[in-house]
Design a binder for this molecule. Structure first.
Ligand code: FAD
Length: 490
């Protein structure tokens, strides 16, 4: 196992993709096995050090970044990489915490299998995906990471291990018992959290009668170290239709998206999108140089769709899509459609280029951003988005909006030209969060709470719910070994 106390080696671990900076750590530990993770935990406890768990550092809320001042140690899981195991019989893949999402996808694909959860950044790790309950474009059809986790291995603050297989440890109402491999029993008592039944990554999953696997999915490195995960897989689709469809009018685009959403949920409809994503005009402008085929008058923005093909209904499916786009006055001639791998890769590339270009732009101009991660129930989506637009129009801020329109979940980013805009942008952001909560939404649908959104979590769930989460944390990590400053305000 490597441990480094050299500031130059520690430095890259003091930042994630949120650009949260200012943290400090005395050492970074890079265990390769579960046994070495236990060793780090025992040493940390003996020496009274807190541990921040770090994966691929692609997180957007600072969960992997140690707190300012006395940051303790970093435990990086990126080297926990025992051989990947694809089991065709049970259609599962088992991976150590340090494997990257793109590597899992490649391994699954070589067996004609597919892992649906897909946070847009493919270099995130297995541990990070589970710890944030990450989701992405495919969540529209297939749900978030949670739905695909079959088994988890977790090392607790006591150094004892849990092996949790979905379906095996179920809470009795709001009490539960966890049994470690070493033979200890941990009793949990909690209150249900008011979790909205929409895409959500805000706080612990605490539900009456819950499966205890779910407690560790979305816990953001505060309850233990995930060392190994078994995901369910599905067969790779025989063929796919992809489309990036441009619109002159945003109103037409939103009506079209709403139509696709409801038709895709109807099992008797030919139309069944796997993906329904959105980019506004400003987002398209940002990537125009990389993708010159974007039409110059797509003022309404674009949506990106994919649907499985490969049955004898393909002609009918294509006809239904074209009829839908015509009805909603899409720019059909200028839009991109394709079924070949090369064409699909270009469309996915466009979607990935948008958030990447935002980060590149900010880095190049020494700027920061504040971006939303709220989702609301479908009936309230247009009201929320119109509110965003009205707030942005009233402010002087440059904005770029894109994201998961299928899940009523957009990332509206305010790009800050300097610190003088920060206070104003925060004020606008506070209004957007308050509106989303009023509309029955969540303050984080996929990035999590980390160190940046703790106040909003309290605003959404209330003090009692935070106390229920604290009780669970106390039962599993009584000395606060893991994730200081994440989820909970000090
Ligand atoms: C360009 C870009 C696009 C993105 N798009 C999406 C998107 O569409 N959807 C989405 O959900 N996210 C998205 N993200 C955010 C990010 O990719 C996800 O949150 C990802 O799951 C984080 O994984 P990671 O390995 O990088 O974790 P890190 O950033 O290293 O850590 C994230 C959190 O997980 C904890 N953690 C990490 N590993 C472990 C472990 N082994 N055990 C316990 N806790 C652990 C950390 O303590 C921290 O709290 C995007 C990020 C970027 C940069």
């Amino acid at each position: 196992m490597t441990v480094s106390r050299d500031p130059d080696a520690i430095h890259p671990f003091l930042r994630d993709a949120s650009n949260l900076a200012g943290g400090a750590a005395e050492a970074v530990w890079l265990p390769q096995t579960e046994q070495e993770v236990i060793q780090v935990i025992e040493t940390a406890r003996q020496q009274g050090k807190q541990l921040t768990i770090s994966g691929g550092k692609t997180g957007l809320v600072g969960g992997a970044v140690p707190t300012e001042g006395e940051g303790g140690w970093i435990l990086s899981t990126e080297r926990i990489r025992p051989a990947l195991l694809v089991d065709e019989a049970s259609t599962t893949i088992t991976a150590g915490a340090g494997w990257r999402l793109f590597e899992l996808r490649e391994a699954a694909a070589s067996h004609q299998l597919f892992l649906p959860p897909d946070p847009t950044e493919p270099t995130c790790t297995v541990g990070g995906m589970v710890a944030t309950n990450a989701s992405g474009a495919h969540t529209f059809r297939y749900g978030a990471t949670r739905q695909w986790v079959q088994q988890l291995c977790v090392v607790l603050a006591s150094g004892q291990r849990l092996r949790l297989n979905r379906g095996e440890v179920i809470a009795n109402g709001t009490t539960a018992q966890l049994r470690t491999l070493e033979g200890s029993t941990i009793k949990l008592t909690f209150s249900e959290l008011p979790i909205p039944s929409i895409k959500n990554a805000s706080g612990y999953f605490l539900k009456s009668g819950m499966d205890l696997v779910d407690l560790f999915i979305g816990m953001e490195g505060t309850l233990g170290v995930v060392t190994e995960v078994t995901f369910r897989l599905i067969p790779t689709p025989n063929a796919l239709l992809g489309g990036v469809i441009f619109f002159r009018s945003l109103e037409q685009l939103l009506r079209c998206a709403s139509d696709i959403r409801s038709r895709s949920r109807n099992p008797n409809d030919w139309l069944n999108a796997n993906i329904l994503e959105f980019a506004d005009w400003n987002a398209l402008q940002l990537v125009r140089e990389k993708f010159p085929a974007i039409p110059g008058d797509a003022f309404g923005g674009a949506i990106w769709i994919e649907q499985d093909l490969g049955s004898n209904a393909d002609a009918q499916i294509l006809e239904e899509w074209m009829e839908l786009f015509q009805r909603h006055e899409a720019m059909i001639e200028e839009s991109w459609f394709g079924e070949r791998e090369q064409e699909l890769v270009r469309m996915r590339g466009l979607r990935h280029a948008i958030p990447s270009s935002v980060y590149e732009f900010l880095t190049a101009h020494g700027q920061t951003k504040i971006g939303t991660d709220m989702a609301v129930p479908e009936d309230n989506f247009e009201e929320l988005y119109n509110y965003y637009r009205q707030q942005f129009a009233d402010s002087e801020l440059a904005t770029v909006t894109y994201g998961h329109v299928g899940d009523c979940h957009l990332h509206a980013n305010m790009l800050l030209g300097g610190n003088h805009q920060l206070a104003h942008a925060k004020l606008v952001y506070d209004r957007l969060v308050a509106k989303a909560i009023t509309l029955g939404g969540t303050v984080s649908a996929e990035h999590g709470i980390g160190k940046l959104k703790r106040g909003y979590l309290r605003q959404m769930l209330g003090t009692q719910a935070i106390e229920s989460m604290r009780q669970v944390k106390q039962a599993l990590d009584p000395d606060g070994l893991f994730g200081a400053g994440t989820l909970f305000e000090e």
